[in-house]
Design a protein. Structure first.
Length: 225
């Protein structure tokens, strides 16, 4: 496969578009946003929905910059100095507080990243994060994430995590919405931490860049939370 100017192969591009278009369609179905009025064949209507979703995703491409593998390995997150890493670690909690003025949103973010990186959550920790959470919901969360759940599949983890987030925030949303929300705030925090480092971080990074950022963020989360 030929690499495009952003360092992604044709196959990577196709899979990226397929995943995002599929997630967009599922979101429309789950949230009841499909508005089929029977004025044409459903197949024609659904084709138009897919086409519009695909166009929307393609339009995002020029707004994002990607680093190919050689770029981010040579100018690399792993090469961040120990002093800069320590500064990042020390400021991590403060950066989260700055990113989230709303304490409930801050607690939800900490909860999400701890679950995503497979922390074992105690009930006392959950009570501290969500003091007004009903006992029944706390028990359900404890049963799901209060023990070693490292073998849980990513699909199951995201479904459970999104379900609990909906109950905590009293707001219905899809798994994709939760993923994008986490990634957006993760990248905002990383952007502050790496502001003196020569790397461009888009709001919703994808592909190899996203994996590199996630690996770096995971190290910091395990050091400081």
């Amino acid at each position: 496969y030929l690499n495009d100017k952003n360092g992604r192969s044709d196959q990577d591009m196709f899979l990226w578009l397929l995943e995002n278009v599929n997630a967009r369609l599922i979101e429309k179905i789950v949230l009841g946003k499909l508005n089929f009025k029977g004025q044409s064949l459903f197949s024609v209507y659904f084709y138009r929905i897919i086409k519009n979703a695909l166009i929307d995703e393609i339009r995002k491409l020029p707004k994002e910059k990607y680093l190919n593998q050689d770029h981010y390995q040579n100018a690399n997150l792993k090469d961040v100095s120990s002093a800069q890493r320590n500064a990042s670690y020390n400021n991590f909690s403060q950066l989260i507080s700055t990113e989230f003025q709303d304490k409930r949103e801050r607690a939800k973010f900490i909860f999400c990243i701890k679950v995503f990186y497979r922390f074992v959550l105690s009930r006392s920790e959950l009570v501290k994060l969500f003091p007004n959470c009903p006992n029944k919901l706390l028990t359900e969360i404890s049963q799901a994430f209060g023990k070693n759940y490292s073998l849980m599949s990513k699909g199951d983890l995201w479904e459970k995590l999104n379900g609990f987030c909906c109950q905590i925030s009293l707001k219905k949303q899809t798994v994709r919405t939760t993923k994008d929300w986490m990634k957006k705030h993760r990248n905002n925090i990383l952007r502050c931490m790496l502001q003196n480092y020569p790397i461009y971080i888009p709001e919703l990074s994808t592909g190899k860049l996203d994996r590199a950022l996630d690996e770096y963020f995971e190290q910091i989360v395990h050091q400081r939370l």
